[in-house]
Design a protein. Structure first.
Length: 139
């Protein structure tokens, strides 16, 4: 199994934020998706990395994506908007999901819908793992 770093540069309130994400791929997953027809555990399929956000792609389709993330404590995603709805499901740990300025503390087993075109951000209150389901509108 190999990995590579992806760096995202986000401008937030005139400050450039650099987000380092570790992305994994394997020789058997040429599409970078999880193998279909094989059982897996979200929690066991991704590990935490110190001071980083780890990302794995579960499914990628024209109509949306399903991704798995592991956030180290105090890491997060800066405030941004997306043109489609997204569901965040917390697999492990505790996160603060801020939607339109309102803080929502989520723990393992809880979910929230982040509406399209509304600002949102995520902060790891402690290490947390999350499944993110993004649904694209066909219009």
């Amino acid at each position: 199994m190999g990995f590579f770093y992806t760096y995202y540069f986000i401008i937030f309130r005139n400050i450039v934020v650099i987000l380092k994400i570790i992305e994994f791929n394997t020789d058997t997953m040429k599409t970078h998706e999880f193998e279909k027809g094989k059982k897996f555990s979200f929690n066991d399929s991704i590990q935490y990395a110190e001071n980083a956000v780890v990302s794995k792609q579960i499914l990628k389709k024209n109509t949306g994506n399903v991704s798995l993330f592991a956030f180290a404590k105090d890491e997060g995603l800066s405030e941004h908007t997306a043109p489609f709805d997204a569901i965040a499901y917390i697999v492990d740990g505790r996160a603060d999901v801020i939607i339109n300025g309102e803080s929502n503390i989520l723990v393992s087993g809880e979910s929230i819908i982040m509406p399209a075109n509304i600002s949102h951000a995520l902060v790891a209150v402690e290490n947390f793992k999350m499944v993110l389901v993004m649904i694209r509108d066909r219009n």
